[in-house]
Design a protein around this ligand. Structure first.
Ligand code: R1P
Length: 270
């Protein structure tokens, strides 16, 4: 049995005939959403065959599966990052397992630095598209044809219908929502001021160290993706202050009500 199948079967055994249809990846400080899942089955990553361990503060390290707004969701309370030293295959393994479990729609979330000078810390941004600056790609290597095509189309990496749905939902809720391009860097250093300037010229609106690999693999698997960034701070060079992960977590805590409200309302309509 292959590794994806082993992890899938392990998770299925823990579920009470629940069949998750939407995946949620909860970024730095955003894991709190999973606390609202009803009749939850919680599975720590270390119990799941072939799952890596979460090593970053603000990333709980468990799957929470259950009901939220009429959907059966599988939420990752914490994700894996390339800078933690995991190969891209491990970083994206959970997306493969989600797909094997029958999940066809994925909501990815993250904390990101604002590059667009019109943004403010605490803003939520619908990811329109991404720029991969990680220096690698999770699909490098032999292509497992049973999982997806060799040359995946990325022209709608973030589903247009889900982006529209998210925008409509924000408007209905009276929430200000930003739209923009997410740049994925490898990290773990935050960007220099000059790098931020370059990323702005290249068309980036927000920058972080995750999401891109997961979205590539989700597209390879034929999943529909919605991405939401929480602008947790302004990227280097915009304000005259150093960046820290503590500030990132503080901001995500400040906007948690809005974040929870919009994701729940989107789920209801999916
Ligand atoms: C840096 O503060 C951390 O926050 C973001 C960055 O990618 C980095 O891991 O985390 P998420 O992208 O997982 O939300």
């Amino acid at each position: 049995m292959n590794q994806i199948e082993e992890a899938k079967q392990f998770i299925q055994q823990k579920l009470n005939k629940q069949e998750p249809n939407i995946g949620l990846i909860l970024g730095s400080g955003l894991g709190v959403l999973a606390d609202y899942i009803e009749e939850p089955t919680t599975i720590p990553y270390e119990q799941i065959p072939h799952f890596p361990k979460s090593t970053v503060a603000g990333h709980e390290g468990q799957l929470v599966i259950g009901e939220l707004e009429g959907q059966t969701v599988l939420a990752m309370q914490g994700r894996f990052h390339y800078y933690e030293g995991y190969p891209m295959e491990a970083v994206t393994f959970p997306v493969r397992v989600m797909h094997a479990l029958g999940i066809e729609q994925l909501i990815v979330t993250n904390a990101a630095g604002g590059i667009n000078e019109n943004f403010e810390p605490g803003d939520l941004m619908i990811i329109q598209d991404h720029i991969n600056m990680m220096g690698t790609n999770p699909l490098i290597g032999p292509n497992p044809d049973e999982l997806g095509t060799r040359f995946p189309d990325m022209s709608q990496a973030y589903s247009k219908s889900l982006r529209n749905l998210a925008e409509e939902t924000a408007n209905e809720l009276g929430q200000t929502i930003r739209k923009g391009v997410y740049v994925g860097n490898s990290g773990p250093t935050y960007e220099t001021s000059s790098e931020v300037k370059m990323l702005r010229i290249l068309g980036g609106d927000a920058v972080g160290m995750s999401t891109v690999p997961e979205v590539i693999v989700a597209n390879h698997s034929g999943m529909k993706v919605l991405g939401i960034s929480c602008i947790s701070n302004m990227a280097a060079g915009i304000l005259d202050q150093p960046l820290s992960h503590e500030e990132v977590i503080e901001t995500t805590e400040r906007v948690r009500e809005d974040f929870i409200q919009i994701v729940r309302s989107i789920l209801k309509k999916m």
